[in-house]
Design a protein around this ligand. Structure first.
Ligand SMILES: [Zn+2]
Length: 150
């Protein structure tokens, strides 16, 4: 996801992490527990095998306000210097609506998704077509950028 949809308040505060326990349902909506799903990626004990897995883990990182994970999975060419996540923004659900390439056998991939949010009594959906590539070195999937479609 890009930064555009989040910085809604005039003066975003430094966001506190949202506590999710390993046994809680994963915020990405996979139906698995956070510990078995995106929590392993956030903790650095596993790497995303596909672009979709990376996208799900990045959505879950927005939901848990894990800015460090978002920055380390962002391609250095497009990564912002700092990432201020808005304390008032809650990510309430993810729908993957399409993927292309992005498997263990590909070097690039795209994921199209709808991310539901609520903030200050309002709610909405952000739709994005995201692009992913493998980084140099270990070949881990990285987020390159996306086109917001709302
Ligand atoms: Zn997950």
């Amino acid at each position: 996801m890009s930064r555009r949809a989040r910085n809604r308040s005039a003066a975003p505060r430094r966001a506190a992490a949202v506590a999710v326990r390993p046994a809680d349902p994963c915020p990405c909506g996979s139906g698995r527990t956070y510990g078995e799903c995106c929590g392993r990626l956030h903790a650095g004990s596993a790497e995303a095998a596909t672009a979709e897995q990376l996208m799900r883990s990045r959505y879950a990182a927005f939901a848990t306000r894990d800015a460090a994970y978002l920055l380390r999975t962002w391609h250095p060419r497009t990564r912002p210097a700092v990432l201020d996540l808005d304390d008032g923004m809650r990510w309430t659900g993810l729908e993957i609506t399409g993927t292309s390439q992005g498997s263990a056998f590909h070097a690039t991939g795209t994921v199209t998704f709808r991310a539901h949010w609520s903030a200050g009594g309002e709610s909405g959906v952000m739709a994005e077509h995201s692009r992913f590539t493998r980084g140099e070195g270990n070949g881990a999937w990285l987020y390159v950028g996306g086109d917001v479609r709302d």
